[in-house]
Write a protein that binds this ligand. Structure first.
Ligand SMILES: Nc1ncnc2c1ncn2[C@@H]1O[C@H](COP(=O)(O)OP(=O)(O)OP(=O)(O)O)[C@@H](O)[C@H]1O
Length: 235
Protein backbone atom coordinates (compact mmCIF):
# COMPACT_ATOMS: atom_id res chain seq x y z
CA UNK A 1 0.00 0.00 0.00
CA UNK A 2 2.79 2.41 1.03
CA UNK A 3 6.14 1.80 -0.66
CA UNK A 4 9.28 3.80 -0.06
CA UNK A 5 12.56 3.57 -1.91
CA UNK A 6 15.89 5.33 -1.53
CA UNK A 7 14.25 8.17 0.42
CA UNK A 8 16.66 10.82 1.66
CA UNK A 9 16.07 14.19 3.25
CA UNK A 10 18.60 16.65 4.56
CA UNK A 11 18.41 20.04 6.21
CA UNK A 12 21.32 22.48 5.95
CA UNK A 13 23.58 19.74 4.63
CA UNK A 14 22.78 17.28 7.44
CA UNK A 15 21.11 14.05 6.38
CA UNK A 16 18.13 13.50 8.72
CA UNK A 17 16.37 10.66 6.90
CA UNK A 18 17.84 7.84 4.83
CA UNK A 19 15.54 4.91 4.09
CA UNK A 20 16.56 2.39 1.44
CA UNK A 21 13.33 0.45 1.29
CA UNK A 22 10.13 0.18 3.29
CA UNK A 23 6.76 -1.38 2.49
CA UNK A 24 3.66 -1.15 4.63
CA UNK A 25 0.77 -3.34 3.55
CA UNK A 26 -2.94 -2.73 3.49
CA UNK A 27 -4.41 -3.54 6.89
CA UNK A 28 -1.02 -3.42 8.61
CA UNK A 29 -0.52 -1.42 11.80
CA UNK A 30 2.96 0.02 11.64
CA UNK A 31 4.61 1.69 14.62
CA UNK A 32 7.58 4.02 14.36
CA UNK A 33 9.81 4.61 17.37
CA UNK A 34 13.06 6.48 17.86
CA UNK A 35 14.64 9.12 20.03
CA UNK A 36 14.06 12.85 19.61
CA UNK A 37 15.27 13.97 16.22
CA UNK A 38 15.43 10.41 14.81
CA UNK A 39 13.38 11.47 11.78
CA UNK A 40 9.90 10.12 12.54
CA UNK A 41 7.97 13.28 11.72
CA UNK A 42 10.17 13.90 8.68
CA UNK A 43 9.23 10.45 7.35
CA UNK A 44 5.51 11.12 7.87
CA UNK A 45 5.82 14.54 6.22
CA UNK A 46 7.35 12.89 3.18
CA UNK A 47 4.64 10.20 3.13
CA UNK A 48 2.06 13.01 3.09
CA UNK A 49 3.98 15.03 0.47
CA UNK A 50 4.32 17.98 2.84
CA UNK A 51 8.05 18.34 2.20
CA UNK A 52 10.30 17.51 -0.74
CA UNK A 53 12.77 14.63 -0.58
CA UNK A 54 16.36 15.03 -1.81
CA UNK A 55 16.11 11.67 -3.57
CA UNK A 56 13.76 8.71 -3.74
CA UNK A 57 10.02 8.36 -3.63
CA UNK A 58 6.96 7.38 -1.63
CA UNK A 59 4.23 5.49 -3.42
CA UNK A 60 0.68 5.03 -2.19
CA UNK A 61 -1.12 2.24 -4.08
CA UNK A 62 1.76 2.24 -6.60
CA UNK A 63 1.48 5.95 -7.41
CA UNK A 64 4.11 8.48 -6.40
CA UNK A 65 2.49 10.82 -3.85
CA UNK A 66 4.26 13.78 -5.49
CA UNK A 67 2.62 13.15 -8.84
CA UNK A 68 -1.10 13.20 -7.99
CA UNK A 69 -3.41 14.05 -5.11
CA UNK A 70 -5.59 10.97 -5.60
CA UNK A 71 -4.22 9.31 -2.44
CA UNK A 72 -5.63 12.18 -0.35
CA UNK A 73 -9.17 10.85 -0.81
CA UNK A 74 -8.36 7.65 1.13
CA UNK A 75 -5.73 8.99 3.54
CA UNK A 76 -6.44 10.47 6.97
CA UNK A 77 -3.68 12.14 8.95
CA UNK A 78 -2.95 14.22 11.98
CA UNK A 79 0.62 15.30 12.67
CA UNK A 80 0.16 18.51 14.66
CA UNK A 81 -2.17 21.44 15.36
CA UNK A 82 -1.28 22.91 11.97
CA UNK A 83 -3.75 20.37 10.57
CA UNK A 84 -6.66 22.05 12.41
CA UNK A 85 -8.64 25.13 11.43
CA UNK A 86 -8.29 26.89 14.74
CA UNK A 87 -10.75 29.73 14.22
CA UNK A 88 -13.67 27.26 13.95
CA UNK A 89 -15.64 25.64 16.74
CA UNK A 90 -15.35 21.84 16.93
CA UNK A 91 -18.81 21.42 15.41
CA UNK A 92 -17.98 23.76 12.52
CA UNK A 93 -14.70 21.95 11.94
CA UNK A 94 -16.22 18.46 12.03
CA UNK A 95 -19.01 19.53 9.66
CA UNK A 96 -16.44 21.05 7.32
CA UNK A 97 -14.31 17.87 7.30
CA UNK A 98 -17.46 15.75 6.86
CA UNK A 99 -18.52 17.87 3.88
CA UNK A 100 -15.21 17.62 2.01
CA UNK A 101 -15.13 13.86 2.63
CA UNK A 102 -18.82 13.28 1.76
CA UNK A 103 -19.55 11.91 5.23
CA UNK A 104 -23.31 12.00 5.84
CA UNK A 105 -24.87 13.48 8.98
CA UNK A 106 -25.90 10.01 10.18
CA UNK A 107 -22.37 8.63 9.62
CA UNK A 108 -20.91 11.60 11.47
CA UNK A 109 -23.35 11.13 14.37
CA UNK A 110 -22.50 7.42 14.58
CA UNK A 111 -18.77 8.19 14.69
CA UNK A 112 -19.26 10.88 17.31
CA UNK A 113 -21.14 8.31 19.33
CA UNK A 114 -18.28 5.80 18.96
CA UNK A 115 -15.81 8.45 20.15
CA UNK A 116 -17.96 9.88 22.95
CA UNK A 117 -15.96 8.21 25.78
CA UNK A 118 -12.72 9.39 24.16
CA UNK A 119 -14.08 12.94 23.97
CA UNK A 120 -14.82 12.80 27.71
CA UNK A 121 -17.52 15.48 27.48
CA UNK A 122 -14.94 18.16 26.62
CA UNK A 123 -14.98 18.33 22.85
CA UNK A 124 -18.52 19.09 21.71
CA UNK A 125 -20.83 21.95 22.77
CA UNK A 126 -17.95 23.88 24.33
CA UNK A 127 -18.83 27.28 22.81
CA UNK A 128 -15.20 28.06 22.02
CA UNK A 129 -12.84 27.98 19.10
CA UNK A 130 -10.38 25.13 18.51
CA UNK A 131 -7.47 27.49 19.28
CA UNK A 132 -8.81 27.85 22.84
CA UNK A 133 -8.83 24.11 23.59
CA UNK A 134 -6.03 22.46 25.60
CA UNK A 135 -3.28 20.69 23.66
CA UNK A 136 -4.70 17.28 24.60
CA UNK A 137 -8.19 18.18 23.48
CA UNK A 138 -6.86 19.71 20.24
CA UNK A 139 -5.18 16.36 19.66
CA UNK A 140 -8.48 14.54 20.17
CA UNK A 141 -10.16 16.86 17.65
CA UNK A 142 -7.40 16.22 15.09
CA UNK A 143 -7.39 12.46 15.56
CA UNK A 144 -11.17 12.32 15.16
CA UNK A 145 -11.04 14.44 12.01
CA UNK A 146 -8.34 12.15 10.56
CA UNK A 147 -10.42 9.05 11.23
CA UNK A 148 -13.75 10.58 10.20
CA UNK A 149 -13.39 9.91 6.50
CA UNK A 150 -12.87 6.20 7.30
CA UNK A 151 -9.50 6.23 5.53
CA UNK A 152 -7.64 3.25 4.10
CA UNK A 153 -4.37 4.85 5.25
CA UNK A 154 -4.14 6.59 8.62
CA UNK A 155 -1.01 8.52 9.65
CA UNK A 156 -0.78 9.74 13.25
CA UNK A 157 2.27 11.41 14.77
CA UNK A 158 2.52 10.77 18.50
CA UNK A 159 -1.22 10.34 19.02
CA UNK A 160 -0.84 9.42 22.71
CA UNK A 161 1.24 12.45 23.70
CA UNK A 162 -0.65 15.06 25.78
CA UNK A 163 -3.57 12.69 26.40
CA UNK A 164 -4.58 11.74 29.93
CA UNK A 165 -4.28 8.03 30.85
CA UNK A 166 -8.01 7.28 30.36
CA UNK A 167 -7.94 8.88 26.92
CA UNK A 168 -4.79 6.94 25.99
CA UNK A 169 -6.51 3.68 26.89
CA UNK A 170 -9.66 4.64 24.96
CA UNK A 171 -7.61 5.66 21.95
CA UNK A 172 -5.79 2.33 21.92
CA UNK A 173 -9.13 0.50 21.97
CA UNK A 174 -10.50 2.68 19.17
CA UNK A 175 -7.41 2.28 16.97
CA UNK A 176 -7.40 -1.50 17.40
CA UNK A 177 -11.12 -1.69 16.62
CA UNK A 178 -10.83 0.51 13.52
CA UNK A 179 -7.79 -1.34 12.22
CA UNK A 180 -9.40 -4.74 12.69
CA UNK A 181 -12.81 -3.84 11.31
CA UNK A 182 -11.78 -1.54 8.46
CA UNK A 183 -8.47 -3.14 7.44
CA UNK A 184 -6.73 0.22 7.71
CA UNK A 185 -3.03 0.70 6.96
CA UNK A 186 -1.95 2.60 10.08
CA UNK A 187 1.31 4.48 10.51
CA UNK A 188 1.76 5.58 14.10
CA UNK A 189 4.79 7.15 15.75
CA UNK A 190 5.15 7.12 19.49
CA UNK A 191 7.60 7.60 22.33
CA UNK A 192 5.42 5.34 24.43
CA UNK A 193 6.73 1.82 23.89
CA UNK A 194 3.86 0.23 25.82
CA UNK A 195 1.19 1.86 23.70
CA UNK A 196 2.86 1.37 20.36
CA UNK A 197 3.58 -2.32 20.97
CA UNK A 198 0.00 -2.84 22.07
CA UNK A 199 -1.51 -1.20 19.00
CA UNK A 200 0.98 -2.06 16.23
CA UNK A 201 1.76 -5.47 14.82
CA UNK A 202 5.04 -4.22 13.40
CA UNK A 203 7.55 -1.78 14.87
CA UNK A 204 10.38 -0.02 13.09
CA UNK A 205 13.15 1.66 15.07
CA UNK A 206 14.67 4.78 13.53
CA UNK A 207 18.06 6.00 14.65
CA UNK A 208 19.54 9.15 13.16
CA UNK A 209 17.27 8.77 10.13
CA UNK A 210 18.05 5.13 9.44
CA UNK A 211 15.88 2.08 10.02
CA UNK A 212 17.91 -0.04 12.39
CA UNK A 213 15.28 -2.60 13.33
CA UNK A 214 12.06 -3.91 11.82
CA UNK A 215 10.22 -6.13 14.30
CA UNK A 216 7.05 -8.20 14.02
CA UNK A 217 5.44 -7.46 17.37
CA UNK A 218 5.43 -10.34 19.83
CA UNK A 219 5.30 -10.68 23.60
CA UNK A 220 9.09 -10.07 23.63
CA UNK A 221 9.01 -6.82 21.65
CA UNK A 222 8.44 -4.42 24.54
CA UNK A 223 11.39 -5.92 26.42
CA UNK A 224 13.60 -5.80 23.31
CA UNK A 225 12.75 -2.14 22.74
CA UNK A 226 13.33 -1.26 26.39
CA UNK A 227 16.72 -2.97 26.22
CA UNK A 228 17.58 -1.07 23.04
CA UNK A 229 16.59 2.31 24.44
CA UNK A 230 18.28 1.73 27.80
CA UNK A 231 21.50 0.73 26.03
CA UNK A 232 21.23 4.06 24.19
CA UNK A 233 21.16 5.76 27.62
CA UNK A 234 24.17 3.87 28.96
CA UNK A 235 26.28 3.71 25.79
N1 LIG B 1 12.37 22.46 8.87
C1 LIG B 1 13.52 21.96 9.39
N2 LIG B 1 14.66 22.66 9.30
C2 LIG B 1 15.82 22.19 9.81
N3 LIG B 1 15.92 21.00 10.44
C3 LIG B 1 14.81 20.27 10.57
C4 LIG B 1 13.55 20.71 10.05
N4 LIG B 1 12.62 19.75 10.33
C5 LIG B 1 13.28 18.78 10.98
N5 LIG B 1 14.58 19.07 11.13
C6 LIG B 1 15.59 18.25 11.78
O1 LIG B 1 15.47 16.94 11.28
C7 LIG B 1 15.77 15.99 12.31
C8 LIG B 1 14.62 15.01 12.42
O2 LIG B 1 13.51 15.71 12.97
P1 LIG B 1 12.10 15.02 13.17
O3 LIG B 1 11.17 16.08 13.67
O4 LIG B 1 11.73 14.27 11.98
O5 LIG B 1 12.43 13.98 14.34
P2 LIG B 1 11.44 13.15 15.26
O6 LIG B 1 11.96 11.75 15.29
O7 LIG B 1 10.04 13.33 14.84
O8 LIG B 1 11.72 13.84 16.65
P3 LIG B 1 10.79 14.02 17.97
O9 LIG B 1 10.66 12.67 18.60
O10 LIG B 1 11.62 14.95 18.80
O11 LIG B 1 9.48 14.61 17.54
C9 LIG B 1 16.04 16.80 13.57
O12 LIG B 1 17.43 16.96 13.71
C10 LIG B 1 15.38 18.13 13.28
O13 LIG B 1 16.03 19.18 13.95
Amino acid sequence: MIKIENLKKSYNGALVLDIEELKVNQGESFGLVGNNGAGKTTLFRLVLDLIKADTGWVQSKNIDVKRTSDWKTYTGSFLDEGFLVDFLSTEEYFNFIAKINSVSKSELDALINLFSDFFGGEILNQKKYIRDFSKGNQKKIGIFAAIMSQPEVLVLDEPFANLDPSSQIRLKQLLKKIQKEKNVCMLISSHDLNHVTEVCERIVVLEKGKMINDIKTSEDTLGELETYFSSEVYS
